[in-house]
Design a binder for this molecule. Structure first.
Ligand code: EPU
Length: 424
């Protein structure tokens, strides 16, 4: 698979209510980790409900360099063949393109006993350290060396340990989990992340033959199994709650009545409760969730938290919804203090938002005013598209490559429910 980045723009014009049905594809933040887990068993694995996004292609390139080839026989299906003869090295050119490349650390260390990986850099919204991954793997017997921008880890065989995270990091939980599968003895992970995407990874590993208890809770217990005892399986990727929330946000600002097919309300219950407080209506329907909104919504206060709290990835969408709601809302970011950069773009559209440290105060205005804006990261980009639906005139979004990293045909899906949106 190859990735191709062509500079393009998305043009959105305010048109009115959205009606119809939109499908939610599989989650980026799950499928990338499922792909990395195929390092752990030789043979042919099959993932379904795979979103057509750039990050899947980039992860495919990284895995190909390691020794796992992938093909897409039809849309949504990804077949990965682990040749068995792995090269436990993740070079800079590939790592710098995708943060989730850090997820090969646990599988490679467990499987090969060594790994060399370029240190992942920061993101547009701030530093992305890996100290928790490193400290936990050290307690399992790994030795780390940092030089020339690379991190090298070694452990002939890891041993089980009691790991207790000060914060439920998604990536650190996933790396310790995958590394523990082939460790000698029992590993417990306290204060583990329990996002639906972490559960999806656990489900895959268990189906492959791993012994994991406590799936979906804050304490995971992993009993190590022999290397070579895992087998490839077929697995359906969990639906993307952030993409689902994006279509809900679109209805929130444009009004209308849309069935978000495959949305999993049980994975978004806190967000749905708050959107209901704003005045949105939700009704579970077979295979999805019906979402309706009319008129101006009410402002609320929101803070981001690890799952099951309101995810930081929803926040640009929430701030956009609040930008055109009635009243004042205060949004507090508890995960990435710098994740407010897109606010400058919302200001260009006429929003009234002030940020101070971890907080944003959003004074709703009746409508936004279309302008050229930039997508600074995946979620901020999606928020610009949603903002365009509530902006008079034309909103032209650049930096579309960011949106393509995590959204499978955002433009086509919004058009299918009546939005006036195109790529140019
Ligand atoms: N942190 C540390 N040290 C560590 C690990 C994390 O200080 O060793 C801090 C981070 O700096 C951050 C917080 O802990 O402040 C949360 O980090 P976490 O490890 O939970 O996040 P992640 O695994 O790096 C994933 C998603 C992000 C999402 C976060 C939080 C993937 C590939 N990425 O990142 O998604 O925001 O969890 O839910 O799964 C996105 O999809 O656009 C995205 C950024």
């Amino acid at each position: 698979m190859r990735t191709n980045q062509v500079p393009e723009h998305i043009v959105v014009r305010q048109r009115g209510e959205l009606h119809g049905t939109v499908d939610v594809p599989g989650a980026k933040n799950s499928v990338l980790k499922l792909m990395a887990a195929t390092i752990m068993a030789d043979g042919t694995h099959e993932l379904t409900n795979v979103p057509a996004i750039a990050d899947v292609a980039i992860m495919g390139d990284l895995l190909a360099a390691i020794g796992v080839d992938s093909t897409v026989p039809e849309p949504g299906r990804l077949v990965l063949t682990n040749r068995g003869d792995l090269v436990p090295v993740a070079p800079y050119e590939l790592v710098e393109r995708i943060r989730a490349s850090i997820n090969v650390l646990g599988p490679l260390l467990g499987r090969c006993g060594r790994v060399r990986l370029a240190m992942p850099g920061g993101d547009d919204f701030g530093a992305r350290p890996i100290d928790m991954h490193v400290a936990a793997l050290e307690t399992m017997g790994a030795e780390f060396k940092f030089s020339h921008g690379d991190v090298e880890a070694r452990a002939d065989r890891l041993h089980g340990a009691a790991v207790s995270f000060a914060f439920p990091s998604v990536g650190a939980t996933e790396n310790v989990l995958t590394a523990a599968v082939f460790a000698e003895g029992v590993t417990t992970i306290d204060n583990a992340a329990r996002e639906p995407e972490v559960v999806d990874l656990c489900d895959l590993l268990v189906a492959m033959g791993a012994d994991i208890a406590g799936v979906g809770t804050s304490t995971l217990t992993v009993r190590g199994v022999e290397r070579g005892s895992l087998r490839p399986v077929g697995h359906r990727t969990v639906a993307d709650r952030i993409q689902a929330a994006t279509y809900m946000a679109a209805v929130a600002v444009a009004g209308g009545d849309v069935v978000v097919r495959d949305a999993r309300p049980e994975h978004m219950s806190n967000l749905l409760a708050r959107l209901a407080d704003m005045g949105m209506d939700f009704e579970p329907v077979p295979g999805g969730l019906r979402v309706a909104a009319s008129g101006r919504l009410r402002s609320i206060d929101v803070q981001t938290l690890p799952y099951p709290g309101i995810a930081t990835d929803y926040k640009p969408l929430v701030i956009t919804m609040l930008s055109v709601a009635d009243g004042v809302g205060i949004v507090t970011e508890n995960l990435y203090p710098g994740r407010f950069r897109y606010v400058e773009e919302l200001l260009r559209l006429g929003a009234d938002v002030r940020t101070n440290g971890h907080h944003a105060v959003v004074r709703g205005v009746p409508r936004l005013s279309g302008a050229p804006v930039r997508a600074h990261d995946i979620r901020a980009g999606a928020a610009m598209v949603v903002a365009g639906l509530a902006a008079e005139g034309e909103t032209v979004i650049s930096g579309v490559g960011h949106i393509d990293r995590g959204y499978d045909d955002l433009v086509g899906r919004l058009r299918s429910v009546g939005a006036d949106i195109e790529r140019v």
